[in-house]
Ligand binder design. Structure first.
Ligand code: COA
Length: 367
């Protein structure tokens, strides 16, 4: 019997994160994602994922400085990336640029920081190159989120926007056996190297059914324009056989808890004085989409997933639509690296089976 899309198949024991699809709960190493996003920055989440516990103040400062130095080294690599950053697609640029890293030339204890920093620096540099501007050098004194925002957006940075990006990076850093994490673990299970595993994961994340969704969510909000147009627009999409981006999830049968974390983070941005015109529209469109999808398929509950409010928060902090997926990669790389480690420590080669349904040779096998 085949299990379509491997739904429900358990492929690993993990200490890293647990997705409870019925109750809408995400636990990362024993902490609810809501609590993590409120109280921690990306560095703390990296420490939690990579070491198993939240860092002390000293450990946090060390990791922050280590990531800062690694961003500087990643920036120094830019002239050696050939035409990798010339692509019109940010994920293509990220895949091509990360492929230049050589795991064999990076000390094992530096690897997590080097790869995590490279994703942020290459993604930010791509966005600048795409606009015809020279990449901005990192500021190693800044936190990772603040520096990414400074390098990647044309608006500089401020504490409220950096905190919002931290909330996003923390929320998006790990999420059970999602498609890109599975990809990374498959590559790691062959005893290949971590850079190869991350490059493969970037390829999986690129697709619109996974990390490619938030860009189209923003396009949808723009196309709808105002709440009174939502019902007709969604009805037309569904009638044309298209999916509503940012809705539905393989595991969640209720609203994705990460959607609520990001929605609240956008509210905090507004309270800090930043405009987010799209929050009210997004809420209205979500309500219409849930109702329309529910009428169509009452037995399969489809609710907003993380990507719905990813679009709203990344737009509110000044990132352009085409930067959404690369920014997702800048968060998820922390999870990929933790999973790669976990797989390398104990996992067997991941090698499932297939059921052959093609033709058989006409001549019987000789006895
Ligand atoms: N809009 C409309 N219909 C949807 C839908 C959506 N967003 N998500 C699922 N469905 C429908 C499918 O068309 C399918 O209906 P059918 O059986 O009549 O063909 C049914 O629900 C089951 O879909 P399936 O593709 O088997 O679900 P899945 O568990 O494999 O898919 C997603 C999960 C995330 C790929 C899917 O919900 C989706 O494509 N969502 C939009 C993209 C998105 O937001 N991705 C980000 C995920 S975090």
């Amino acid at each position: 019997m085949t299990t379509d899309g491997l739904e429900g198949v358990v492929v690993a024991d993990t200490q890293l994160s647990d997705v409870d699809g019925e109750r809408g709960r995400l636990v990362v190493r024993g902490h609810d994602v809501e609590a993590l996003a409120l109280a921690n920055d990306f560095e703390a989440l990296c420490a939690l994922l990579w070491t198993g516990s939240l860092p002390s103040a000293r450990e946090h400062a060390e990791l922050r400085a280590r990531l800062g130095r690694a961003r500087v080294r990643a920036f120094e690599r830019l002239p050696r990336l050939g035409d990798a950053l010339q692509s019109a697609d940010g994920m293509e640029a990220l895949r091509a640029s990360l492929a230049h890293l050589r795991a064999s030339e990076i000390a094992a204890r530096e690897l997590h920081g080097e790869v995590t920093a490279a994703v942020a620096v290459f993604a930010a540099a791509w966005a600048r190159v795409r606009r015809g501007a020279a990449p901005l050098a990192p500021d190693p004194e800044l936190g990772h989120a603040a520096d990414y925002l400074r390098m990647a957006s044309s608006q500089g940075t401020d504490p409220a926007r950096s905190r919002a990006l931290d909330a996003y990076l923390v929320t998006a850093a790990d999420h059970g056996m999602n498609a890109s994490t599975f990809t990374a673990r498959v590559v790691a299970s062959t005893d290949s190297d971590p850079v190869s595993a991350v490059v493969a994961a970037v390829g999986a994340l690129k697709g619109p059914r996974h990390g490619g969704a938030p860009g189209p969510v923003l396009a949808m909000l723009d196309a709808i324009g105002s709440p009174e147009h939502a019902a007709a627009w969604i009805a037309a999409e569904l009638a044309a056989g298209r999916r509503i981006m940012g809705m539905g999830h393989r595991v969640y049968r209720v609203r994705d808890p990460r959607a609520a974390v990001l929605e609240r983070a956008v509210e905090r941005l507004r309270a800090a004085g930043l405009r987010s015109d799209r929050l009210d529209l997004a809420r209205a469109v979500e309500a219409v989409a849930v109702a329309s999808l529910g009428e169509r398929r009452p037995e399969r509950r489809l609710a907003a997933n993380v990507e719905f409010y990813t679009a709203v928060i990344l737009d509110a902090i000044g990132l352009a639509q085409e930067q959404f997926s690369p920014t997702f990669a800048a968060a998820r790389v922390a999870g990929w690296l933790a999973h790669i480690d976990e797989q390398a420590r104990g996992g067997r080669l991941i090698r499932p089976s297939s059921r052959y349904v093609g033709p058989q040779p006409e001549t019987p096998v000789a006895a």
